[in-house]
Design a protein around this ligand. Structure first.
Ligand code: CUA
Length: 265
């Protein structure tokens, strides 16, 4: 009997190690230094570009450090009593001008293509207007009108610390989330009612300034269902740290159900 239990324990241990379990980090984590997991193609592009750039950063840092210490070592006055009178060399100057320019040129290609991809708004199926207020966000689904001719509109306030339920994230949870369908091109129109705010969601690769009297637009395409947490990213007053953003991505069917319940409210 004991042997049987031991065998079961061993089996469950093996299962834990070998069955891949995937959990995404769509909110900040303790001691996090990397990115949150991407949920949109744009964020995947940003992370890939970052990794590509890190390659150049590593090579350049190692090379410059090596050259610096080599110079300090070989041209030290203890090693060279009589200093060299050399002042310039045309070849080496051309090499150290053209090489960095060439590296920048190589980096510019993926960088520009990503930049233009982020700017592109591909015929959006849903348009949501978000307004920054001191200190909360409000969302307006202007595509849908209810019987009395009003848009779907609601405010989204942070849940204060004393009202948090177990498992909810401090300073990140809101009472009314922005709900969007997955696998759909969504456009967000961002503005502010009072001062500058910024609508930012790391997992979606979005940071869009909210400027009073001006409409900014951005768009995203979410690839998986989930809860994506963000925060206001422009100093907007004393409660700047207390106006988080929560985007809830659900299936299209559930979204239609939610929208119709909102219309009939
Ligand atoms: Cu709103 Cu900072």
């Amino acid at each position: 009997m004991n042997l049987y239990i031991m065998y079961l324990n061993l089996l469950s241990l093996l299962l834990i190690f070998f069955i891949p379990s995937k959990s995404y980090s769509d909110a900040p984590e303790i001691w996090q230094i990397g990115f949150q997991d991407p949920a949109s193609p744009i964020m995947e592009g940003i992370i890939n570009l970052h990794h590509d750039l890190m390659f150049f950063v590593c090579v350049i840092s190692v090379f410059v450090t090596w050259m610096l210490f080599r110079t300090l070592w070989h041209f030290n006055s203890n090693q060279n009593y009589i200093p060299s009178s050399l002042t310039h060399g045309t070849l080496i100057e051309m090499v150290w001008t053209i090489t960095p320019a060439f590296i920048l040129l190589i980096i510019a290609i993926p960088s520009f293509s990503l930049l233009y991809a982020m700017d592109e708004i591909i015929s959006p199926a849903v348009t949501i207007k978000t307004l920054g207020h001191q200190w909360y966000w409000s969302y307006e689904y202007s595509d849908y009108i209810n019987d009395t001719g009003e848009f779907i509109e609601f405010d989204s306030y942070m849940i204060p610390e004393e009202d948090l339920l177990i498992g909810q994230l401090r300073l990140l949870e809101v009472d009314n989330r922005m709900i969007v369908p997955i696998n759909t091109h969504i456009r967000v129109i961002v503005s502010a009612a009072d001062v500058l705010h910024s609508w930012a969601v790391p997992s979606l690769g979005i940071k869009c300034d909210a400027i009073p009297g001006r409409l900014n637009q951005t768009s995203f395409f979410i690839k998986r269902e989930g809860l994506y947490y963000g925060q206001c990213s422009e100093i907007c007053g004393i409660n700047h740290g207390f106006m988080p953003i929560v985007v809830e991505a659900i299936s299209l069917n559930n979204y239609v159900t939610w929208i119709s319940s909102k219309i009939n409210e």
